[in-house]
Write a protein that binds this ligand. Structure first.
Ligand code: NAP
Length: 642
């Protein structure tokens, strides 16, 4: 098979040698090298040197073409692209892809990482597809129904997998539109803080992103594009909340009840429920004394009142996580005064080109040279994968007085240098904004202008704590009352309340409160629960991976769940339920591995990674390769399949 990209788009920019040179200069040269090597078979490209380079202030290594080879590579690329040949690139098989990955990095990735990387490269049409081993006759699936709860990115991935298998399904979404978190969050400046070249499905090829970090609106367009491309639109029922679900053992089916905003209710049966309800779906509305007496406007960031004009008003912002700090610069531009209530400081990282559009030159190269888009995305994956070097406690490092490990310390020093450059001349601010816990104990916050905005005359950073609300504003712990017209509640989400508010009732009255009473929500491989047959979760307990992109993991986990269903159906069984022993064994492993990670010891002042029991209930301790090996294929021996 070959990829043929020779067709020319009439809307394409006029491409002259200067344009091509700029495209090459802006490219990821190592990705360009591999794509060019694939296209031409020029062995000189394969033998060019690769070195690692850490951009200043980060422990993340980039794999770059050796300096001595850069000009030669650029000349070859220019000659090839100028000639405008009929671009044909062979699609690599696994062995060839492994060889090319090794050429990219200058060393061979370990087997599980390599397999993930092969899928990540996305040369296959649908690299993480669930498949029948022997497709059942249509009548077997006639009465079969899967209910997917939620039409965010994970629910949509589940729907696409089920559709390709020919398994009937309904997707129920309580919001008025699809998109999950990107439908819910439409606060000013909402934008993803992970490069969109990672934050995307691998089964959609070379989507024409306009921004390197897409805005909320661009992400919504993407979701619409995906849903239409895969023909899912009429399978999604919006404005449909699941209110209850219970397992009916006699029928071996779930009974699901729903309600629409009109009050219309429905109860129906289905064989399987897949909850894709999301981690950040239940807003945290803090119970602060007197909050109900406040006479100004107040709303959570997920319920932004776009009709409220905060221009020239006194605004308070509670919460300085990824949401609060992202929207704060825009609010400060308009407000008369902004008082930011920070309870715990966050580590804040710069991202180069955070608001940059994708240039016409980069777009042209992505669209023109087959394979470049694949390797360009792969380069982001390889960089991002290194985040897993930052979590594991190194006892030797600690014995020498260190905090977590050497890489984590490099990150801490880089972030400290950054904050010092930004606000080092203001010791009062430095004392307030520099955390005392190690970076990565909480999610890093991306600098969207946070430090610069703190320096504005109309911004006050209040850190003494909130004592209470009054009808006029907020009294801080130091006794001062600040009068406010609007309070923005950026207090995050109740992440520990997995699956809430649906009270799933499993086999023999099994319920989540009992299952999770000891120390909060747990699951088997993040997806399954004992006592809950034919029930699976996406982004369940401890699903926060240490590396890899959200979409990729949702592809992998939907493949896992759908392959488990395939296994059940092909055996002629009607139920699949994880064995209690498998759930317990997995959680024993998880606890043992978690003890080596930073989250429980570094706590980070109570961020959402650690639950009320002091346990890390959101993140997982496995490396990308370790978790991938566990979830590549379901081990049906861990399930009762009946
Ligand atoms: P968050 O990280 O949980 O932050 C919540 C903030 O509210 C914290 O500063 C917290 O303080 C504060 N807070 C909570 N209760 C409070 C109270 N009673 N009084 C005072 N302050 C209180 O929530 P988030 O900022 O919404 O972010 C959640 C996640 O969404 C992120 O970690 C990220 O995964 C995702 N996200 C992504 C993007 C993006 O890609 N651009 C943007 C936004 C969010 P403490 O820290 O002291 O608890």
């Amino acid at each position: 098979m070959t990829i043929d990209h020779s067709g020319h788009d009439p809307a394409a920019p006029s491409v002259d040698p200067a344009f091509i040179r700029r495209a090459i200069d802006q490219s990821n040269l190592n990705a360009l090298r591999i794509a060019l090597y694939q296209a031409t078979g020029d062995t000189e490209l394969a033998s060019m040197g690769v070195t690692t380079y850490a951009p200043s202030g980060t422990p993340f290594l980039s794999y770059v073409v050796a300096e001595r080879d850069v000009e030669r590579l650029k000349a070859k690329a220019l000659a090839y692209l100028e000639a405008q040949p009929h671009f044909m690139t062979p699609v690599p098989d696994r062995a060839e892809a492994y060889r090319l990955m090794t050429l990219y990095q200058g060393e061979a990735p370990d087997p599980a990482t390599a397999e993930y990387g092969y899928e990540e490269l996305g040369f296959d049409e649908f690299s993480r597809e669930a498949l029948w081993t022997s497709r059942p006759p249509p009548r077997v699936l006639e009465e079969f129904l899967v209910t997917v709860v939620g039409a965010g990115f994970s629910g949509i991935a589940a729907g696409i997998q089920l559709d390709r298998l020919g398994i009937p399904f309904r997707i129920l979404e309580r919001q008025g539109d699809i998109g999950g978190t990107w439908e819910l969050n439409d606060y000013p400046s909402a934008r993803v803080d992970i490069t969109t070249f990672l934050y995307q499905y691998k089964f959609v090829k070379n989507y024409p992103w306009r921004s390197h970090f897409a805005t909320r609106d661009e992400l919504k367009e993407y979701i619409d594009h995906v849903v239409d491309k895969f023909g899912l639109r009429n399978r999604i029922e919006t404005d449909t909340s699941v209110t209850a679900a219970h397992w009916d053992a006699a029928k071996a089916r779930w009974t699901v009840s729903t309600r629409r905003s009109s009050g219309e209710r429905e109860t129906f049966d289905c064989n399987v429920v897949i909850s894709a309800a999301g981690l950040f779906s239940t807003p945290n509305l803090p119970e602060i004394e007197g909050i109900e007496t406040f006479r100004g406007a107040i709303f959570h960031t997920t319920a932004w009142d776009h009709g409220f004009d905060y221009g020239n008003k006194a605004v308070g912002l509670i919460g300085t996580g990824s949401t609060g700090s992202q929207l704060m610069p825009e609010v400060a531009l308009q407000a008369r005064h902004l008082t930011v209530y920070q309870r715990t400081p966050h580590w804040v990282t710069p991202i180069r080109g955070y608001r940059n559009p994708v240039s016409p030159e980069t777009r042209w190269l992505l669209d023109t040279l087959p394979g470049y888009a694949n390797w360009f995305c792969y380069s982001h994956h390889v960089a991002q994968m290194q985040s897993q070097n930052l979590h594991e406690i190194d006892p030797v490092w600690q014995a020498r007085g260190g905090q977590v490990n050497e890489k984590n310390e490099q990150l801490r020093e880089g972030l400290l240098r950054y904050v010092s450059r930004k606000v080092g001349h203001r010791p009062d601010l430095m004392a307030k904004v520099v955390p005392d816990y190690a970076p990565m104990a909480r999610r890093l916050v991306v600098d969207n202008g946070w430090y610069d905005t703190l320096l504005r005359d109309n911004v006050t950073l209040e850190t003494s704590g909130i004592e209470r609300f009054t009808p006029r504003g907020i009294v801080s712990r130091d006794g001062r009352e600040t009068c406010l017209d609007l309070v923005i509640v950026g207090a995050g989400f109740k992440v520990s309340q997995y699956l809430w508010p649906v009270a799933y009732a499993g086999r023999d009255g099994a319920n989540l409160d009992d299952l999770w009473a000891r120390d909060g929500a747990r699951a088997y491989l993040t997806v399954a629960l004992p006592g809950f047959p034919n029930f699976f979760m996406l982004y369940g307990p401890n699903a926060g991976v240490r590396a890899g992109s959200f979409h990729s993991w949702m592809e992998i986990l939907t493949r896992y769940i759908c392959n488990a269903l395939v296994g059940m159906i092909e055996r002629g069984a009607s139920t699949i339920e994880v064995r209690r022993e498998a759930f317990d064994a997995y959680n024993r492993d998880l606890d043992a591995a978690m003890a080596r990670m930073l989250w429980e010891s570094e706590k980070g002042g109570g961020g959402y990674y650690v639950n009320a029991f002091g346990r890390s209930g959101v993140q997982m301790p496995w490396t990308l390769g370790e978790f991938y090996a566990r979830v590549k294929t379901p081990n049906l021996d861990d399930f009762l399949v009946d």
